[in-house]
Design a protein around this ligand. Structure first.
Ligand code: GDP
Length: 300
């Protein structure tokens, strides 16, 4: 996986400079506070977390009287870390159960980066010495299984796929069966992200999960969310969160947005921690999410 710090530093995900400048002004009147609020909301931090942060900052600044740039940065960093949840457990649940592989289900709207994230995650797990089987449970588009196959070939993971238009749950079952037979460490199942109807989606994902659970446990349900789609993407993500029990978020395309604040709003709205971030299209462009490093990068 790439170093989060280095990659974020080169991305556009900084919201710090403007904020630090605003907070360092001699006079912090209502107009300046409004501007601070606007900067945070523009960066997709979300209205409620922004208001909470601004209120806390106002109080802190008042207590301090005069502020040095280091103090200003410290205040802001503390607020951002509080909102992000510095102590939240973000460990990926990929530990084997005795002989049985861990199972990761990857869900989300099409185009968000599910297949790419599945491939990158496999690469990272293999790099750590694990053996991985991939399940191409998006049987609705032949191209989706081909794309996963390409990733599998690239990173050295066997790919289990079914006939086009076949039953996604049956592919998921076969992938887990294959993983058990070959005693691999992790099985990652890439699913279809068709947002046709909520009940349709629920039936489909519910069945995939139930069928896997005949053989193993689903340890991690990763929701893939595209950081560039902002609040819009969030509404779609919410539907997934309602139909399946999400355990972690993989926030993709963070390399292509100045709206890094989405990390805060997404966790708040979905109640699930961001565990992974996507920082590019390459096989190594995935990093575990580290709040401290992330906030430092945001502050520029
Ligand atoms: P899926 O339909 O959800 O499986 O999405 P794909 O995995 O096919 O990804 C859709 C597009 O987003 C592809 O062109 C990927 O290369 C690109 N993509 C995925 N993750 C990232 C990322 O972290 N950064 C960038 N810049 N592009 C990404």
């Amino acid at each position: 996986m790439v170093r989060l710090r280095a990659r974020l530093a080169r991305s556009q995900s900084t919201l710090g400079k403007g904020l630090l400048e605003l907070l360092s002004r001699d006079r912090l009147d209502d107009d300046v506070w409004d501007e601070i609020e606007e900067t945070l909301i523009t960066a997709d931090v979300g209205v409620a977390p922004t208001q909470a942060m601004v209120e806390e900052l106002r109080t802190r600044v008042k207590v301090l009287g005069s502020r040095t740039p280091t103090e200003v940065r410290g205040l802001l960093k503390e607020q951002l870390l509080t909102q992000i949840g510095a102590d939240t457990d973000r460990t990926l649940r990929v530990a084997k159960h005795g002989e049985r592989p861990a199972v990761v289900l990857v869900v989300g709207v099409n185009g968000t980066g599910k297949t790419t994230t599945t491939g990158k995650l496999a690469r990272s797990l293999i790099g750590d010495g694990n053996r991985v089987v991939l399940g191409a449970a998006d049987t609705f588009r032949a191209a989706a299984a081909d794309q996963l196959q390409t990733w599998g070939d690239r990173v050295g993971a066997e790919v289990v796929r079914g006939p086009e238009g076949g039953d996604p749950a049956s592919v998921a079952f076969d992938a887990v069966a294959k993983g058990m037979e070959e005693k691999v460490d992790v099985v990652i199942v890439d699913t279809a992200g068709r947002l046709h109807t909520k009940t349709g989606l629920m039936d489909e994902l519910g069945k995939v999960k139930r069928v896997i659970e005949k053989k193993a446990t689903v340890d991690e349900v990763l929701l893939v969310l595209d950081a560039t789609t902002g609040q819009n993407g969030m509404r779609q993500a919410q539907v997934f969160a309602e139909v399946v029990n999400i355990t972690g978020i993989a926030l993709t395309k963070l390399d292509g947005t100045a709206k890094g604040g989405i990390v805060i709003s997404v966790q708040r709205e979905l109640g699930v921690p961001v565990k992974l971030v996507g920082l590019g299209e390459g096989p190594d462009d995935l990093a575990p999410f580290d709040p401290e490093v992330f906030v430092d990068a945001l502050l520029g």
